[in-house]
Design a protein. Structure first.
Length: 174
């Protein structure tokens, strides 16, 4: 069946939740990281949704690809589907990702469904910060998700000016 890779662009980078053999920085083309999903479960509620990341169309996204041992494929896919598809706001896709050395592999990714009611579209920094500050879900405060993701991106040397701006605004208002 070949190698099995999973591409993380948000919390999967710092909390994958599954056993993997290796992880490497990788880029996916045709999609960009965006704080564009209203979270009704993990980082918010239906009454007070939070915001989480999605892969939205356009541009490219630098993230982390995780190589999973073949015998764990089904177990990891089941875990990811339970985690990522809880409200079906994402589509599971297999897309090529490219490493810095030029090697390309196919990886499972979760792409936002723009027709889903939870799709938030493009938000301004202040509006996004306001939503993040007011939301808490089953996995904890939305601000923790945002700050952890922004810090982890920084530790990996990945710049995301818009996300960094939202994180700075959240920290300023706290």
């Amino acid at each position: 069946m070949g190698e099995f890779w999973v591409f993380g662009y948000g919390s999967l980078m710092w909390r994958p939740g599954f056993v993997h053999e290796e992880h490497r920085l990788a880029r996916v083309h045709g999609y960009r990281r965006a704080l564009c999903v209203r979270s009704y479960v993990h980082r918010g509620t239906r009454a007070c949704p939070g915001l989480v990341l999605g892969l939205d169309r356009g541009g490219s996204c630098l993230g982390v690809a995780f190589k999973v041992a073949e015998p764990l494929r089904d177990e990891v896919l089941a875990y990811l589907r339970e985690r990522e598809l809880v409200t079906n706001v994402y589509h599971e896709r297999v897309v090529p990702v490219r490493f810095a050395d030029g090697e390309a592999v196919n990886a499972v990714v979760y792409v936002v469904d723009r027709s889903h009611p939870q799709y938030a579209g493009s938000l301004g920094v202040e509006e996004a910060a306001e939503i993040v500050l007011g939301a808490t879900g089953e996995a904890g405060p939305n601000r923790d998700y945002l700050i952890n993701t922004a810090r982890h991106l920084g530790q990996l040397g990945i710049r995301d000016a818009w996300l960094e701006g939202v994180a700075a605004e959240v920290l300023r208002r706290r």
